[in-house]
Design a protein around this ligand. Structure first.
Ligand code: CUA
Length: 295
């Protein structure tokens, strides 16, 4: 409802102009012309003027109140509490995760179909976060132990950026996300692709699979979008190689950036819960090959 903002801005601009012009005009018209000029005529009370400057602002404020309430009802239309959410979005320190009603869990990019209102449940796994995709929906706090609901909707396809807007710790700034709105068939195809496992790794990548288990990576990270347990410590790595960004937007998903996570996670994103990996260079290379195979 950007229209309401523009309307308020326009009215405020007109009021500002009227006042500014009035002040300048008064300063010039009634300036002290000489030491000898007498005091100007003093006016005490004018019922006409007083009624005017009471009624006009009252009308403006009443008008704005009506359009604002209408916009609020439109944005925050009542939801049917018995309807299951289409998507559950959870804030973690410091990343977002979306769980679709089909059980698919994706970190980072949240895909939505265009021209359909999704009922989204916003929750937190640890501290208070705030989910905000300014072009799509209102801001809403993600409060631990509490479920909040919003409508998530896009009229036209596109990539809409979002961020956490409640200070939640060291990496609050790197808790970005993107909402990717696409036509319903494209969205369904994406959701189906997410449900598929990645191709069977071979060669060095196959060695990476073995290390992924033995080095306990699998304790915190899922590798399929359907295999994410609620409360998992680390983000899902399902289809990791198709992702454009890592670590809540802190870096692009390049082999170098991924290798840094395997070498020194605290350098990749200081304060994140990932412990030191203590891997040899060969082990890192094998794990990297496996992660790069997760398409
Ligand atoms: Cu999460 Cu700020």
């Amino acid at each position: 409802m950007a229209a309401v903002f523009s309307l308020v801005l326009l009215i405020a601009a007109v009021v500002f102009l009227v006042v500014a012009v009035g002040v300048v005009w008064t300063v010039i018209r009634y300036r002290l012309r000489s030491r000898t000029s007498s005091e100007p005529r003093q006016i005490f009370g004018s019922p006409k003027l007083e009624i005017l400057w009471t009624v006009v602002p009252l009308l403006i404020v009443t008008g704005l109140f009506i359009v604002t309430v209408r916009a609020m009802v439109f944005i925050d239309a009542p939801q049917d509490s018995s309807q299951l959410p289409d998507v559950v979005i959870t804030g973690h320190q410091w990343r977002w995760e979306a769980r679709y009603s089909s059980g698919i869990v994706v970190p980072w990019d949240i895909h939505i179909p265009t021209l359909r209102r999704l009922r989204a449940r916003i929750e937190s796994a640890d501290v208070i976060h705030d989910f905000w995709a300014p072009e799509l929906a209102r801001k809403i706090d993600a409060v631990p132990g509490r479920w909040s609901y919003i409508w998530l909707e896009a009229d036209s396809p596109g990539t809409y950026t979002g961020t956490c807007s409640e200070f939640c710790g060291a990496q609050h700034a790197w808790m970005r996300f993107r909402v990717i709105a696409e036509p319903e068939p494209t969205f369904e195809a994406w959701l189906n692709h997410q449900a598929q496992p990645s191709p069977e790794p071979s060669g060095l990548a196959a060695e990476g699979v073995r290390l992924f288990q033995s080095k306990k990576c699998a304790d915190c990270h899922a590798v399929t979008a359907t295999g994410v347990t609620p409360g998992a410590k680390g983000p899902s790595l399902a289809h990791l190689a198709t992702r454009e960004f890592l670590g809540g937007g802190i870096s692009r998903n390049t082999p170098e950036a991924l290798l840094l996570w395997l070498t020194n996670p605290q350098a990749a994103k200081p304060g994140n819960p990932m412990p030191d990996t203590l891997l040899s260079a060969d082990e890192r290379a094998a794990l990297l090959a496996y992660l790069e195979s997760l398409r």
